[in-house]
Design a protein around this ligand. Structure first.
Ligand SMILES: [Zn+2]
Length: 504
């Protein structure tokens, strides 16, 4: 009987000069063998087996492998969408699945070459990995789309030889047409962002203006009947809606909840099988009060929205790519209220966005939610990539750094950060072997974090990418170093989260 290792060895004897193997990827499916290889420029899928099977893949026929009386046809195939679809027929585990209420962690991979490193970080852990996670906004900044993001993650899972479950999150979706696209691509998790419908300016209106607006609300009477003076026991305290708080919360969130319900109804009708549903009201300029949390959840439930995750804007300062800024004790008190509400109203998971590097609050978050949590990260893996660029290709790093400085004023408008570029050391004066320290300094870290879209899209006058191809080439050349850094970094996140629950 021929085994996977024998096939790899035999292939390696024949082509070892030209290609490097990924032995962990080797799999046997219906008496055919599949594994990943690479040369200096690209990765390929090798199929060794039946000639009719080889013919189903796009690529170059590459002769045969001989084992005594057995002859295996060989094909070196491309990592494209068609080939992935055929490969999935042999290995159904190469498809995302739902996670439901398990503790979960999203590893947003903006570059699409990081999944094998992410998977290693999840080894021997119970947290469910959401390996594909990009928002519509991120895709517009990186020039990718939902299908590409999912395909890249699945090729990464294949490379790592991963056979466990994983999720695919269409993140921060605002429009039904984007939801439809994500369903068609095969996503299993949908994060609805109703922020266009949240009235964040209510607190700026006068009492008179608010009353006038509220009077025009067709649902006013119904809401008052439902909520006014209704008491909820939260952590031994009674909280309740009085007239003004109900008015302000309803004016702020009512239309947003309607939008979420419409999105949910669409998914129920359009997606034939199960899905994970996340509601995110995290992108408000103010933190979500416990009472607003209750209102949103009650209104979602009343409309029959079965959600697994709820992202709130938690108290404190959640800046991109750096640790939490705020009093951890205060956060812990507020979290205990939100977690208690989440348990009381159906035990959904609380979702933490901007989760990159929030090391000081992870233990509290995991403990208070008792493992009912989801975390989203993305920027932090990109920063690890640029760290490798700083170490291995210092001149490219300096070019990126200086370009990012020219983009910062414009790009920062989309973010809430307190970055002070004047504190960033001059990259030209930092010696090569210390350049990666700039990725530890919060201001330069955020500089690189915030300008990622501009850096990846920048082109010269001939229409060629200024940095993008060079970043990919550097990561490809130093892939082992890149994987190692990312794995260690994500492990640090997971250890703090899992360590805090006493195991599950
Ligand atoms: Zn968010």
């Amino acid at each position: 009987m021929i085994g996977e290792q024998l096939v790899i060895e035999s292939f390696s004897r024949k082509f070892g000069e030209r290609f490097r193997m990924y032995p962990s990827s080797a799999k046997r499916g219906a008496d055919n063998f599949f594994f990943l290889i690479r040369d200096d420029n690209d990765k390929y899928l090798v199929i060794a087996g039946d000639s009719a099977v080889c013919a189903r893949f796009d690529g170059e026929p590459s002769g045969t492998l001989q084992f005594n009386s057995n002859t295996l046809s060989l094909k070196v195939a491309y990592l494209n969408h068609h080939n992935l679809t055929v490969l999935q027929k042999f290995f159904p585990h190469l498809a995302p699945s739902t996670c439901s209420k398990r503790a979960s962690f999203g590893t947003g991979d903006r570059l699409g070459v990081t999944t094998p490193a992410h998977i290693r970080a999840f080894k021997d852990r119970y947290t469910f990995p959401v390996l594909a996670q990009q928002s519509v906004r991120e895709n517009s900044r990186t020039g990718r789309d939902f299908q590409k993001v999912l395909d890249d993650a699945i090729w990464g899972a294949f490379e790592a030889g991963y056979e466990g479950p994983f999720g695919a999150d269409a993140d921060h979706v605002k429009r039904i047409e984007d939801l439809k696209e994500a369903v068609d691509c095969g996503y299993t998790m949908f994060t609805i962002d109703p922020s266009d419908w949240v009235r964040s300016d209510i607190h700026r209106l006068s009492e008179e203006e608010k009353n006038l607006f509220y009077e025009s609300f067709p649902e006013k009477k119904e809401l008052e009947r439902r909520y006014l003076n209704k008491r909820y026991a939260v952590e031994g305290e009674k909280v309740y809606f009085e007239e003004k708080s109900l008015r302000d919360i309803a004016l702020t969130y009512f239309r947003a909840v309607q939008h979420v319900a419409e999105s949910y109804e669409f998914l129920r009708g359009y997606k034939r099988n199960n899905f994970d549903f996340e509601v995110s009201v995290d992108e408000t300029p103010f933190s979500t009060s416990p009472l607003a949390h209750i209102f949103v959840v009650e209104e979602l439930h009343r409309r029959g929205v079965d959600f697994q995750n709820l992202a709130l804007h938690f108290i404190g300062d959640w800046q991109k790519g750096i640790d939490y800024i705020g009093e951890v004790d205060k956060f812990a008190r507020e979290m205990s209220l939100h977690a208690s509400i989440a348990r009381k109203f159906g035990a959904y998971k609380l979702s933490l966005h901007s989760g990159s590097d929030k090391f000081s609050v992870y233990p509290v978050f995991a403990k208070q939610t008792q493992g009912l949590f989801h975390i989203k990260t993305a920027g932090t893996s990109f920063l690890e990539a640029i760290k490798i660029v700083a170490r291995k290709n210092p001149s490219l790093y300096r070019e990126i750094h200086n370009f990012a400085l020219t983009r910062f004023a414009e790009d920062t408008a989309a973010y809430h950060v307190t970055t002070d570029v004047s504190r960033i050391p001059d990259a030209e004066k930092v010696p090569d072997d210390n350049l990666d320290s700039l990725l530890q300094q919060p201001d330069s870290r955020q500089l690189i974090h915030i300008t990622f879209g501009s850096v990846l899209r920048a082109k010269n006058s001939e229409g060629k990418f200024l940095f993008r191809d060079k970043i990919y080439a550097t990561l490809f050349k130093y892939e082992d170093d890149y994987y190692k850094e990312v794995t260690t970094h994500i492990e640090k996140h997971l250890t703090l989260l899992e360590g805090s629950q006493g195991g599950k």
